[in-house]
Design a protein around this ligand. Structure first.
Ligand SMILES: C[C@](O)(CO)[C@H](O)COP(=O)(O)OP(=O)(O)OC[C@H]1O[C@@H](n2ccc(N)nc2=O)[C@H](O)[C@@H]1O
Ligand SMILES: Nc1ncnc2c1ncn2[C@@H]1O[C@H](COP(=O)(O)OP(=O)(O)OP(=O)(O)O)[C@@H](O)[C@H]1O
Length: 293
């Protein structure tokens, strides 16, 4: 069996409002996901003996805890498939950065092995398996810019206007990891944002009013706990309406040209990593799922 390479793009949250909390502690939110053409590459080869092997475990993440192996195991368990896989991950998405790197890796493994093991799961079925691995996994299988509600799993495709898709997204990540659970559990987190209406976003006529209200409800807490995030955010705000993605610590701003994007990346604050990328209309693996519901 030969190795096949599969992309695992990252995401940004264009806004993120927390509108409530469920009895199990998970938070209800509203967010707009944009997938970016930047991310990890997974190399995957099928094994006949049923074993799952991670060929280059990430620093600090034991192979059996890695979301790629957990995704493959979840697929074996749900399908009863006797095949296995070897997985290698070329990591480009900063870990713990609010860019959904691990979640996207998991989604890519689900889509790739669904194809290679010939399981025939539909998009909806894979999204449900993905949700057991993390709240951010389903959107990568959904594969399009999405308005999300619930804990992030109720997804509606949105037509992103040209002024969002044509931008260059400059993403800066301080060299720290922000634990998502810690931010969701913080006592000062506001959990009562008034729900916005998807129609106000979709209806271009109202979009200025929409963006005036839209923010990331986790941003102020992360900025107070991690001054490095605040510094990067304040620096980026010189160039536009910068905000934080997910639970941080990555921050981003949209600019109009590649030259400007390169300039910001070259001059970014010390002790940060950075890249620029464009928004994706579709996940590159969108068409590997041939069985639509
Ligand atoms: C902040 C976002 O990145 C926005 O896209 C996601 O909501 C987080 O998704 P994720 O990293 O896949 O999160 P998970 O791995 O499912 O959850 C990590 C922890 O965050 C908390 N959590 C997560 C999602 C959510 N809607 N409410 C929560 O309270 C829970 O304590 C959970 O144990
Ligand atoms: N394949 C993987 N890639 C990255 N992290 C992984 C992976 N598997 C497990 N993890 C663990 O998951 C944690 C979160 O990683 P990830 O890069 O997905 O964070 P994140 O982008 O902040 O997530 P989110 O946006 O979903 O909150 C890591 O610190 C690591 O311990």
């Amino acid at each position: 069996m030969k190795f096949i390479s599969y992309p695992a793009p990252c995401k940004i949250n264009l806004f993120l409002h927390i509108t409530g909390r469920r009895d199990d502690g998970y938070h209800r939110l509203q967010t707009l996901f944009l997938l970016l053409d930047h991310g990890d590459t997974l190399r995957i080869r099928v094994r006949e003996d049923g074993q799952l092997q991670h060929l280059n475990p990430l620093p600090g993440v034991p192979a059996d805890k890695d979301l790629t192996i957990r995704a493959a195991r979840a697929l074996q368990e749900s399908s009863g498939c006797q095949l296995g896989a070897e997985i290698e991950c070329l990591k480009r998405t900063p870990m713990g950065g609010g860019l959904g790197g691990g979640s996207s890796d998991a989604a890519t493994v689900l889509m790739a092995l669904n194809q290679q093991w010939q399981l025939g799961y539909t998009r909806q079925q894979l999204m449900q398996i993905g949700l057991t691995l993390g709240a951010d996994v389903p959107v990568f299988i959904f594969g399009q810019p999405a308005w999300a509600e619930g804990v992030g799993e109720q997804l509606s495709a949105v037509m992103m206007p040209a002024d969002i898709l044509e931008k260059y997204y400059v993403v800066i990540t301080p060299h720290i990891e922000v634990p998502t659970a810690k931010i969701f559990a913080h006592q000062a987190l506001t959990r009562d944002s008034k729900p916005l209406k998807i129609a106000d976003f979709s209806n271009g006529a109202n979009s200025t009013a929409f963006w005036q209200q839209a923010r990331n409800d986790m941003e102020s807490i992360v900025c107070s706990l991690y001054p490095e995030v605040n510094d990067s955010l304040q620096w980026l705000k010189q160039f536009g309406d910068a905000r934080m993605s997910g639970s941080g610590g990555s921050v981003f701003v949209a600019v109009d040209s590649e030259i400007k994007a390169n300039d910001l990346i070259e001059n970014r604050p010390k002790n940060t990593s950075g890249f620029w990328a464009k928004g994706l209309k579709y996940h590159p693996l969108f068409n590997t799922l041939l069985n639509e519901d």
